[in-house]
Design a protein around this ligand. Structure first.
Ligand code: FE
Length: 289
């Protein structure tokens, strides 16, 4: 089998999130509600914040899915109703399985608010299969030093393995269903062929430079999400430019279950979403502090 081809390309939309921070969001957008099981992809920044300008997402609940935060620059502080409290810096990953429900806050670190600074990172929402939607909340906080990094033999491809496996390195993060979450950095002249199982959804999101995808060499550039067809056993990306290209590759076994999303709750039926609102309002998801 050959390389997967591009089904469609979506240019990320700039939007405001939380208490007012700018994100680039390739999905959900009109016409692309999800890339099953991925529900959302947000790129925070990169922005240079002035003192007092940093904004976050104060106390809010989640139920029925997972939120994955990956910081490239700057720092976030998080706190939740289960008693966790921590800080995410450059290269750190937090894979939070909200399951039956948590209330948490995600705020820029104090010194970012006070002194300003550069903020850049990603948040991905991953849906949970019906059987896991009400599981106990689970946290996987993985510092940058424990995120496996692999480099190709020619030194031109670097990959950070957040979930799944690439260039012979396996992730330390455990996922409920088979998922690949890979951060690739391709130098000039680099080529990568990343295996993706048949039947799995796959997309790449470029956030620096430009690359060409597939045997027909379709160009994708900064801010583009390329949704791939299920017509090959690997994803092929080349850097034919004179600058490096950076992208995320997300791939997973689709759930193919009914998805009902309302705000911070993602369930299989409206009744379950209503129940989630009720449980949150009556304090059954806990509170912070
Ligand atoms: Fe959140």
């Amino acid at each position: 089998m050959g390389a997967r081809s591009i089904q469609r390309t979506i240019a990320a939309v700039r939007t405001l999130e939380g208490a007012g921070f700018v994100v680039r969001r390739p999905f959900p957008v009109q016409g692309l509600q999800q890339v099953d099981p991925f529900l959302l992809l947000d790129e925070m920044g990169p922005t240079d914040l002035r003192p007092g300008e940093a904004r976050g997402a104060p106390d809010h609940p989640h139920r029925g899915f997972e939120t994955v935060s990956y910081i490239l620059e700057g720092a976030l502080e998080h706190q939740d109703s289960v008693g966790n409290r921590g800080r995410l810096g450059p290269g750190d990953v937090q894979w939070m399985t909200a399951g039956s429900g948590v209330v948490h806050s995600e705020m820029p670190a104090e010194e970012m608010v006070a002194r300003g600074g550069r903020m850049h990172g990603f948040q991905v929402w991953v849906n949970l299969p019906r059987a896991d939607k009400m599981m106990r909340p689970r946290y996987q906080d993985v510092p940058a030093s424990r995120i496996p990094t692999a480099v190709s033999a020619d030194g031109k491809v670097t990959v950070k393995v957040i979930a799944g496996e690439a260039l012979g390195k396996a992730a330390v993060i455990d996922t409920r269903i088979p998922i690949q979450y890979l951060h690739f950095i391709l130098q000039e002249g680099a080529e990568v062929r990343q295996p993706v199982p048949a039947g799995h959804t796959a997309c790449i999101y470029v956030f620096e430079g430009r690359g060409v995808v597939g045997e027909d060499r379709k160009m994708v550039q900064d801010g583009d999400l390329a949704l791939l067809r299920d017509d090959g056993d690997h994803v092929l990306v080349r850097n034919e430019s004179h600058k490096r290209v950076q992208f995320l590759l997300l791939s997973a076994q689709p759930l193919k279950e009914p998805m009902v999303r309302h705000g911070p709750f993602v369930m299989n039926t409206w009744d379950e979403v209503e129940q989630a609102f009720h449980d949150f309002q009556s304090g059954r998801m806990g509170r912070i502090g």
